[in-house]
Ligand binder design. Structure first.
Ligand SMILES: [Zn+2]
Ligand SMILES: [Zn+2]
Length: 182
């Protein structure tokens, strides 16, 4: 919540706000999100206009998630920009416009709730399928190895050398007493 009373409802008056706030719960999407409570840096300008307060600026936060192809953890910074007009809650509005009115952000007692705006801006900025790197080749469909770690990866040979020793063990394990006597 930001207090806009300092602006005195004088059109043209403005205030810059730089503030770090803890991230609200469920900021982002399942596969890529801002951890709850982690710092979100806000860099805002509040500007009084006739009908309310215009908010513009940016928010920076750390995102965590996992690659949609190889499941590698992703950790990166994101910065989103936004601009929104918050209308004074006592500004009279045309009842004909009731439908439109629902979509307008409103100040409550000259307090401004930034959370819905932040939430929308972050979700819009996120990729639908986050990747650890552009063109991540994903996982090997045969053995599940992460192909980005091993681009030469192939299964032309019937047995991957890394598994050869295991296979050798398997050949020995089912001891058949009748064949072990020389
Ligand atoms: Zn990946
Ligand atoms: Zn493989």
């Amino acid at each position: 919540m930001l207090d806009t009373r300092e602006l005195g409802r004088r059109p043209g008056s403005q205030r810059d706000v730089v503030r770090t706030v803890p991230a609200p719960a469920e900021l982002g999407i399942e596969v890529l999100r801002v951890p709850e409570g982690s710092p979100v840096e806000l860099d805002l300008r509040l500007e009084a206009v006739m009908e309310g307060v215009l908010v513009s600026g940016s928010a920076s936060a750390e995102l965590v998630g996992e690659c949609a192809r190889c499941l590698e953890p992703i950790q990166e910074m994101t910065q989103v920009r936004f601009q929104e007009l918050f209308v004074y809650d006592d500004v009279r509005h045309d009842p004909q416009d009731a439908e439109l009115d629902d979509e307008v952000s409103r100040l409550e007692d000259d307090l401004l709730d930034l959370e819905p705006l932040l939430r929308d801006a972050v979700v819009l900025a996120l990729p639908f399928r986050p990747l650890c790197e552009e063109g991540c080749p994903g996982l090997c469909i045969e053995c599940g190895a992460r192909l980005a770690d091993d681009p030469e990866h192939a299964h032309d040979e019937p047995i991957d050398p890394r598994w050869a020793s295991l296979t050798a063990l398997q050949d020995v394990v089912p001891h058949d007493p009748s064949t072990t006597q020389e």
